[in-house]
Design a protein around this ligand. Structure first.
Ligand code: SAM
Ligand code: SF4
Length: 396
């Protein structure tokens, strides 16, 4: 087997939001939660530039194939700063001519001018958080935009020349009906996007949503309802030509997010920004979470790294199985030992893994297997008890 060098990408974290959505536990802050330079978009940009230069000194002339600006709400800091950040990447690192450069954006903080500036500045892909087409669902999620604004924003991005536009949906929110999700799917398709990410609502500890569920103000999301909604959405998207390529992601052919595929296929990436995680060849590290501490360390000429770990062969093996099995391309059975392969054969018999792919040497989830992906992963890993050190490192 020829060994393919892992993809290399940059993740850039923008830790600002106008308001906090009740379900979200990402590392992000509203203006009232931050003070001084750490709260300022210019302070963030200065520190991000310094960290990009620092990354370049470590990774040398490694070509950056993908850049993903996430948040938080990157659109809140404006297109000029996002482009200035990308210029800093170009200044310090080789950026591939065909690089995929994505930014997440919130529908209420974008405009045609914002998209024009990003497009001319070298961004190639826009990801917008739409979440739902039902106003009462958006209200439960504390979203401040109307459903129509998300669809309009996707159209504005396409009109500005973005061939790749994603809309994020959240399903199985308390109070959502099947018809609400059908309307969300129709709105996404009407917007003409080439990529959809859809996540079942997770009640994260410590969030306002978790407190509301605990107080009995809202019912907890129901797993069976989530499974039904997933199937409904999958059929709707498939009928429109968007296929799943990861359990929570659908795209037109060729419109898969290359940056995220890098994570799922065990690639290397450097995370810029507060709390950002990095991975290079089995070493993982993460920056301090607070924007002021992160920016302060960089301003003082110190590393912003808060922790580091060397993954053991077993840990890398577990991660590979967990991530690759969620992909439509699946994973080679040679990645498993005898116990794991026997569990894969049982999963085929149960209708959770595809028989034809299995006969060809791969573990690929069936439609039913996607609904039980976590269980299939657990079964394979528990049964796969042989030492993982014998696993071929580049097996796909
Ligand atoms: C963290 S946000 C960042 C981008 C942008 N601020 C936004 O809200 O769209 C990225 C996506 O994660 C998803 N997400 C965040 N928290 C979630 C949760 N608790 N359950 C399900 N999806 C969640 C949402 O679909 C959201 O669009
Ligand atoms: S979901 Fe997006 S907009 Fe809402 S708080 Fe989280 S990062 Fe901010």
């Amino acid at each position: 087997m020829t060994s393919v060098p892992p993809a290399f990408g940059l993740y850039v974290h923008v830790p600002f939001c106008a308001t906090r959505c009740g379900y979200c536990d990402f590392n992000t802050y509203t203006a009232s939660e931050l003070a001084g330079d750490a709260a300022s978009p210019d302070g963030w940009l200065a520190a991000a530039r310094t960290e990009i230069a620092l990354a370049a000194r470590t990774v040398g002339d490694r070509t950056v194939e993908t850049v993903f600006v996430g948040g938080g709400t990157p659109s809140l800091i404006g297109a000029d700063r996002l482009v200035a950040m990308l210029d800093a990447v170009r200044e310090h690192l080789p950026l591939a001519d065909d690089a995929e450069v994505t930014t997440e954006s919130n529908p209420e903080s974008v405009s045609p001018e914002f998209f024009d500036r990003l497009r001319t500045g070298g961004f190639t892909r826009i990801s917008l958080g739409m979440q739902s087409a039902a106003p009462h669902v958006l209200a439960v999620l504390d979203r401040t935009h109307t459903p129509g604004r998300a669809v309009a924003a996707a159209r504005e991005a396409r009109a500005a020349g973005f061939g790749h536009v994603n809309l994020d949906l959240i399903y199985a929110t308390p109070g959502e009906t099947d018809d609400d999700l059908r309307a969300s799917a129709d709105a996404v398709l009407d917007a003409g996007v080439d990529h959809v990410s859809a996540y079942a609502l997770i009640v994260e500890d410590g969030t306002a949503l978790a407190r509301r569920v605990r107080r009995g103000e809202l019912p907890a999301p129901d797993d069976d309802v989530a499974a039904t909604r997933y199937e409904l959405l999958d059929v709707r998207l498939r009928d429109a030509g968007l296929s799943w390529y990861e359990v929570s992601n659908w795209s037109l052919p060729g419109a898969e997010c290359r940056h995220n595929l890098g994570y799922w296929r065990d690639g290397d990436w450097w995370g810029i920004g507060p709390g950002a995680h990095s991975h290079l060849a089995g070493t993982r590290w993460w920056n301090v979470k607070h924007p002021a501490r992160w920016a302060g360390a960089l301003a003082a000429g110190e590393t912003p790294v808060g922790g580091r770990e060397e993954l053991t062969a077993d840990e890398r093996h577990t991660e590979r199985v967990m991530l690759r099995l969620r992909l439509a391309e699946g994973m080679a059975l040679t990645l498993l030992h005898d116990g794991g392969r026997a569990a894969a054969a049982r999963a085929v018999a149960e209708g959770l893994l595809d028989p034809a792919a299995h006969a060809a040497g791969r573990a690929v989830l069936t439609d039913r297997g996607r609904l039980l992906a976590d269980r299939v992963v657990t079964d394979l890993l528990i049964a796969d008890d042989a030492p993982a050190t014998g696993t071929p490192a580049g097996a796909r």
